[in-house]
Design a protein around this ligand. Sequence first.
Ligand code: ADP
Length: 441
Amino acid sequence: MLRYLIRVEGGRSLSLLLLGALAGWLLGSVRLGALFGLTLILFIHLYHAGQLLAWLQAPKKRELPDGVGIWRDIFQLSLDRHKQARKRKKRLGAIVREFRASTTALPDAAVVLDRSGCIVWYNQAAVSLLALRGQPDIGLRINNLLRHPDFHSYFGQSDAQDRGVEIPAPSDSESTLWIRVIPYGDGQRLLIARDVTELKRLEVSRRDFVANASHELRTPLTVLRGYLDMMGEESSEAGQLSSWKNPIEEMRRQSARMQRIIADLLRLANLESGSGFADSTVLDMPALIGAALEEAEHLSGGQHRIESEVDDSLQLQGEQADLHSVVSNLLSNALRYTPPGGQIRLRWQRDGGQALLSVQDTGIGIAARDIPRLTERFYRADVARSRETGGTGLGLAIVKHALERHEAVLTIHSQPGRGSEFICRFPAHRMSDNSRVAVAG
Ligand code: ADP
């Protein structure tokens, strides 16, 4: 840097100083002459600094002169930087304009929230979908504007935010919004809201259709079943229909299966039409599990070893019928897919702040590719065995829906030939306050 300064400035400053001193010597005072030279150098620098300052204050109105010495380089560099900054500004401006245009065209509402849940920015759709009022709502807490209790409980639970929540639209209670909050950056969150009214309507009509069709089928099937039972009695050795014994037995089996399918379809429709989340009634889970275990012992008829490890102090807030479906479906599956001599183990305990229900068996197991699809209606990994054991293909779909209503998650671990484990994890806030940790000894 010093060399550069000497190269571009040294020669001219020294010449001015010497010229001043020479003029001073001719006029009788070398000192005064040198002082004049120095003043001239200072003046040149001040002049250029003044030019730069004036240009920096209004770069659009003024032009920078060429400048001399070191000032030529300073002016050139300043001009280059200024041009680069303008280019970058233009580019950023275009990006922001594009972003604004695309978020305005977006049919979904998008709201940026800061770490305390206050609104920082939102797009046009948020005005109509969430009934925001424009500038006055910036800085307000989102849960002061969206007051639905389901949204409040969803917004308060950071572990549930992946799932999203459905609430009536604040602007029109006939419409339904699906809202999801996505955390990002340093505690900020992005709230997305989508109008799912039409989707909901379709879903409701599909559900009603299945429920109505099942209802309609139930009565004729009960009549058929009644006659088949009567024919069954007549098909005994001495009866009039003894030659029809086998077909009648098969018809009775199939009609019983149809009745089970209809009962399961109705159970699913009930689960789907119930309010989003299950009640918070405190249930005696150990008693419920005890009753399901007794049923399982009866079903097994002593062919399996059934073990259990139940925390008697652990209660749960939820709905009896739903949770009974969960426990009995998992146990009945474990029995049906475990050959005689196998072992079944049920655990109900605390685990990492959550309540855990696990049903493990040493049965036939499930291939990895089937596991993600098991909770789909009528999906069967082992079709033959399912039919043979009276399965409806709806058990795990019922389990999944019942668990969802309790904000619980189902995980399945399995290996073909080695057995399976179905684990249900219930969130901490569903564990009853009355539950006490059992003290050993
Ligand atoms: P199903 O009435 O056919 O048992 P489910 O919905 O209860 O219907 O289960 C779906 C499928 O998952 C079953 O058909 C079976 O192939 C598989 N499955 C469920 N539980 C087990 C288990 N414990 N062991 C092995 N396979 C199982």
